[in-house]
Write a protein that binds this ligand. Sequence first.
Ligand SMILES: [Zn+2]
Ligand SMILES: [Zn+2]
Length: 304
Amino acid sequence: MLDVCLLGSGGMMPLPYRWLTSLMTRFNGSSLLIDCGEGTQIAVKEKGWSFKPIDTICFTHYHGDHISGLPGLLLTMGNADRKEPLTLIGPKGLERVVNALRVIAPELPFPIIFKEIQGPEQTFEEKGYRIRAFRVHHNVLCYAYTIEIDRAGRFDVDRARNAGIPMQFWNRLQKGEQIEAEDGTLWRPEDVLGPARKGIKVTYCTDTRPTKEIAQQAAGSDLFICEGMYGEPEKAKKAVEYKHMTFTEAAALAKQAQPKEMWLTHYSPSLVRPEDYMEDVRRIFPRAYPGKDGKSVTLDFEEE
Ligand SMILES: [Zn+2]
Ligand SMILES: [Zn+2]
């Protein structure tokens, strides 16, 4: 199961009671963060989650509202005496941008691994998460992410017995490990597992105009978190100019992608009550909700 928390729901600048847009997930003891604007640390604290298991941080792009919280977070992780490496994933320029911010956090007790996204789309495997970055359309180089948790096929007890595999190895095979017996016999997970089952998928997309890639990549998501900078229909022109989206544009993407649920986020500071504009959104895509700071869900594998 995957715990998901939208730490903040604001765009451009943090406000009292509205932190900047950032997503945190927890799976199998390893946490992942997407975006880290000013104040993200406080949002994590408010949620009551720990910094310690954060092993991966992904950045959509290098506007301040998505990365300026990083040096403080690194210092906090350093003060907690983290030793394990931290992986950072982001668009071209990752190491240069992070090292510039690190002038104020130069000495850390843990190594940083930089993974710069190459080309329009790239997939990373990190601690059980499959992370796919795909290019979107903002006024600087920007990517959205899908996070997927795979689920192996069902363990076939009869096949395992017939193959004479001792029970002590079953658990490891179920987890995808290959086993070599003392006599050299090799047992592979695919010998005893059925076809892969539906996993969990979350798509996070902010700071972009709508694109057909977003609808394609978000298809089949359990949760689609999408920017909605403006609720007011009269701000449609502004959304085009600043390379953002209106609520109804986000809803149109969700209608194409058909996720189980959509949450809006990255509200303009001028947008005080997002819920006032949800009627139009739900007419296009009924399973839409306004994101709120700390809004959370636990996504489970489907029952069969
Ligand atoms: Zn932004
Ligand atoms: Zn931006």
